[in-house]
Design a protein around this ligand. Structure first.
Ligand code: SAH
Length: 373
């Protein structure tokens, strides 16, 4: 039988495992300290744990399942990690240094089911959810690579984690919330909730649940407040209309000093007019929020275009003048395709190209057969 990944467990579950074996409860805390504070990947390195127990742990559990297949470094210090899962699929995580901050962007699914027309991950379709362990391990593998310097010199601490990589975190609610528990628990990685942001297309019930069950920051990808335009760009709008989504955001019980971030991908000629900026500001009136404008990052196969800098600046200005806080997210790691919405492992792209070529060959064969009959 396959051993279970120990990164899947909470402290309480590990304590139960200990109790079932008449092992003292505090041993579980020792093990999680080795896993999450020290980052060890072998039970035999847990030197304050009795030998027999180490053997028993090793017989019952594995530690992680991902392998680091490739690291790409951008000239701006951004690093993209290509990670291979046990089943051979690949995902990506991105380390982004920005002044005092060092942010890790994690994936929550292989592919994505949401089908946003401006996102490269959507072109993969949905393959599967990542487990809690697979999400947490992205941090454990990125941590030793974290640095702010270029070329890499001094190690640095990751200060923020954003659930903005491949996939829709709230579609994978269980994996996401489990990972947040391990990332924030004092027995786990011990990150502050304030430094964890979950970004969603706006799955309304799960958003409400997330706010009730965790203290993570919420970012909602809005991208248009016009029902028709948003439906075309983000099919989830057919399930939760713009009006429903904004009403839900308005009603969220936000703790004091907390704001929702609305992400808005700027697409030339589609949602970047002055009127769109005014409509956005009007729609957000009364919601404690800020807007993060993201100029579209093109990817192979997309016909959409990025708004030019003048249009972006004008859009931001109009939103601000209407009293809504708005920032522009600069594109990071563009030379390594690590920017927002570009995360499709090159491997996947190559595999898809090959299967398309094979399909084309089939069509050619069909035509040949039809012609000759
Ligand atoms: N599924 C979640 C998280 C992953 S996408 C969500 O949609 O929020 C993270 C952010 O990148 C979202 O705000 C999304 O709108 C944005 N994004 C996706 N594709 C993009 C692209 N090609 N250029 C710029 N931003 C993009």
């Amino acid at each position: 039988m396959d051993r279970r990944d120990i990164l899947e467990l909470s402290l309480a579950e590990l304590e139960t495992w200990c109790a079932e074996r008449a092992v003292a409860r505090y041993r579980a805390g020792q093990v999680t300290a080795w896993l999450y504070q020290r980052g060890v990947r072998d039970f035999h390195e847990m030197t304050n744990v009795a030998c027999g127990l180490r053997d028993e742990l090793a017989a019952s559990f594995s530690i992680g399942s991902l392998t680091l297949a490739k690291v790409s470094r951008s000239s701006d210090g951004t690093q993209k990690l290509l990670l291979r899962l046990r089943d051979g699929a690949t995902i990506e995580s991105v380390l982004i240094p920005d002044g005092e901050r060092l942010t890790l962007c994690v994936s929550t699914q292989v592919g994505c089911a949401m089908g946003c027309t401006f996102c490269a991950t959507a072109t993969l379709g949905f393959r599967r959810h990542l487990s809690r362990a697979e999400i947490v391990e992205q941090l454990l593998l990125a941590r030793p690579l974290a640095t702010r310097d270029d070329p890499p010199a001094e190690p640095a601490r990751i200060t923020n984690v954003v659930f903005m990589g491949m996939g829709e975190p709230l579609h994978n609610y269980v994996g996401t919330v489990g990972a947040i528990e391990t990332l924030t628990a004092s027995w786990g990685v011990d990150f502050s909730h304030r430094r964890i942001t979950v970004s969603t297309v706006g799955l309304v019930p799960e958003m409400q649940r997330l706010l009730a069950e965790t203290q993570a920051q919420l970012a909602v990808s809005l991208t248009s407040v016009h029902e028709r335009t948003r439906s075309e760009l983000m099919p989830i709008t057919k399930k939760y209309s713009v009006a429903q989504l904004l009403a839900a955001c308005r009603a969220l019980p936000l703790p004091r000093r907390k704001r929702i971030t609305f992400e808005y991908v700027l697409l030339a000629g589609i949602n970047d007019r002055v009127d769109d900026a005014r409509a956005l500001a009007r729609a957000l009136a009364g919601i404690r929020c800020k807007v993060n404008l993201i100029p579209f990052n093109p990817f192979p196969g997309s016909t959409l275009r990025r708004s030019d800098d003048v249009t972006v600046a004008r859009f931001q200005d109009v939103v601000r003048r209407a009293g809504v806080h708005a920032t522009v997210r600069e594109s990071r790691g563009p030379d390594i395709a690590a920017a927002c919405g570009q995360l499709v492992a090159a491997e996947e792209r190559r595999a898809r190209r090959e299967s398309r070529r094979a399909a084309d060959a089939d069509v050619t064969a069909d035509i040949d057969a039809a012609m000759s009959s």
